[in-house]
Design a protein around this ligand. Structure first.
Ligand code: MF3
Ligand code: CO
Ligand code: CO
Length: 270
């Protein structure tokens, strides 16, 4: 039996939240986004990914929030930091950033039981031309996906919009990782694929909360996970980028919970 009286599950196991639940997601989402805003000015050549993670750990604690990733399936850090050809789940540590490196920083915080999950791209030093194009296309792919979020559309419409956009730019969408439902849990149904066919999959309904987090590669889409069991890299070593927002379906579209308070979501807006 469904023990949460404030919401119900669809036949696909997707939770439909109440209008009052949006306020909780807004608080969690804006904390995640606000912390990423504070990360932006600290990224520079010479900084280690471990230092960035330590900074995030302190900001989460200071806010009286909880990191969802520390202790999650044995993961020990408050962020995933994925540099250059690392697709996702890069483990922060001794790695020193060098001029021209691009990196995704992904954090998930819990505020009053609600999860806010977001990631964005940063650059250490000077952004190269190919990297800049990859970042722009990946950012725009996320926004194109979000543009397909409205009641009556399906999850397949989101994936189709992202895939069509990315492939028209002669880049590739990673298939091995996907977005996910979230709310009072970190990872819930459905899997939000970043590729697919229009009109397929569950129908979007108001009150569904999920992430969209496309990973885009300059080369081929295949990935492999390194022997640390976390770090996912492109098999062909090509550059990879990712952006992630947590969103909620509304009556006529969607609300983005993880909007940057400082307007710094994209690295060239910082
Ligand atoms: N934040 C990631 C996501 O977008 C999940 C990271 S899980 C971790 O779903 F354990 F690797 F941190
Ligand atoms: Co996520
Ligand atoms: Co994330």
């Amino acid at each position: 039996m469904d023990d949460l009286k404030s919401s119900r599950l669809t036949r696909d196991g997707i939770r439909m939240h109440e209008s009052g639940d949006f306020a909780g997601m807004r608080r969690a989402g804006s904390l995640a986004a606000g912390i990423l805003d504070q990360v932006a000015p600290r990224i520079a050549p010479g900084v280690t990914t471990g230092e960035i993670d330590d900074f995030i750990t302190r900001r989460v604690e200071e806010a009286g929030a909880i990191s969802a990733t520390i202790g999650y399936k044995g993961y020990q850090h408050a962020s995933c930091i994925s540099v250059n050809h690392v697709v996702c789940h890069g483990i922060p540590g001794a790695k020193v950033l060098k001029d021209g490196d691009i990196l995704n920083v992904d954090i998930t915080v819990i505020v009053d039981g609600w999860y806010g999950d977001s990631s964005r791209m940063f650059v250490a030093g000077k952004l190269g031309r190919k990297a800049e194009r990859l970042i722009q296309v990946t950012h725009d792919a996320l926004m194109v996906g979000i543009g397909a979020v409205r009641p009556g559309n399906t999850f397949g419409d989101i994936g189709h919009a992202i895939q069509t956009y990315v492939e028209a730019q002669r880049m590739s969408v990673v298939r091995d990782f996907c977005g996910h439902g979230l709310g009072r849990v970190f990872h819930a149904p459905p899997n939000v694929l970043h590729y697919g066919r229009a009109g397929t999959g569950p129908r979007l309904e108001p009150g569904m909360f999920f992430t969209i987090e496309p990973m885009v590669n300059l080369g081929r889409p295949e990935t492999k996970v390194l022997s640390d069991d976390w770090t996912a890299v492109t098999r062909d070593k090509s550059l990879s980028a990712q952006f992630e927002h947590s969103v909620g379906v509304t009556e006529n579209g969607c609300e983005i919970f993880t909007l940057s308070p400082a307007g710094r979501f994209h690295p060239t807006w910082a």
